[in-house]
Design a protein around this ligand. Structure first.
Ligand SMILES: [Zn+2]
Length: 272
């Protein structure tokens, strides 16, 4: 099994989104008042070459994101993208010799725009999403939260992840992605209430963490971001991932961590 980190361009967010400041409503308002931007952060997608077929975890950004015209204050004031057509998922898959039809499953950690914008490159492929995330993203409530269903394309075929009581470390529910059971989703709520991460089992386990935190440092310090609706839930998830990393060697790979790609190559585990 090979895992590729695919960089679908870069994103800048406010520092106080990357690492939340304060608590309660103040934490969530802060990014709008914060004049300081992060450096350009990668937006990664993951391609797993598995004997049962290719699995793509998150689909990254699309070049349209850079010119998005949106009324939503988050899109207008709090995020900037640098994405060209060649940065999108499709060209990366072609460079790896992978056709859309080779993709057995797409798994989305959540439906924020920089995770789902590459979906049109995998039109019609079965796409696994947490049922609650699908519900949250639709309708007016979804739009108010900044979800952009229009970008997923008309051939978006979402299927709800199927949860089982099979445990994985401190996680009491898992959703198998492969028959072999060596790729599975775990619930990592916080950044969104139904956010999931994907585990690839191996000599060391790889955790494709989506936005469970923006960096490994934030995992280690237990610092919640500036957008998670429920700070306690997000903090509990980070604590659970740290327990997991204590039980077994674990490589932790957030979507926007500048060091994720290098940690994947070096199989660099979470330090204890
Ligand atoms: Zn997100």
């Amino acid at each position: 099994m090979r895992i590729h980190a695919v960089r679908t361009g870069f994103v800048q967010i406010k520092r106080s989104q990357q690492l939340g400041v304060g608590h309660g409503l103040a934490r969530r308002v802060r990014p709008f008042l914060d004049p300081t931007w992060t450096e350009w952060l990668p937006t990664l997608a993951w391609v797993i070459e598995h004997p049962e077929g290719v699995i793509v975890v998150d689909t990254g950004s699309a070049s349209g994101d850079a010119h998005l015209r949106s009324w939503h204050p988050y899109h207008r004031f709090d995020v900037r993208f640098q994405v060209g057509p060649q940065d999108e998922l499709g060209p990366h898959l072609r460079a790896l010799g992978i056709e859309a039809r080779d993709v057995a499953n797409v798994v989305l950690t959540h439906l924020h725009m920089d995770h789902g914008a590459g979906l049109p490159h995998l039109a019609g492929r079965p796409t696994l999403v947490h049922e609650g995330e699908l519900r949250a993203a639709h309708g007016l409530a979804g739009r108010l939260q900044g979800y952009l269903p229009g970008q997923w394309g008309p051939a978006f075929r979402p299927h709800a992840l199927t949860w089982t009581d099979a445990r994985f470390g401190p996680f009491d529910r898992t959703a198998p992605i492969t028959q072999a059971g060596d790729v599975l989703a775990i619930p990592t709520p916080g950044h969104t209430p139904h956010h999931v991460s994907v585990v690839v089992r191996g000599d060391v386990d790889i955790l494709l963490a989506g936005d469970a935190s923006y960096t490994q440092d934030a995992l280690l310090t237990g610092q919640v971001d500036g957008v998670s609706p429920d700070e306690g839930q997000a903090r509990a998830t980070l604590a659970r991932i740290r327990v997991l990393a204590h039980e077994r060697p674990l490589v932790y790979l957030p979507t926007h961590d500048p060091d994720s790609a290098a940690r994947l190559l070096g199989k660099t585990v979470v330090p204890q």
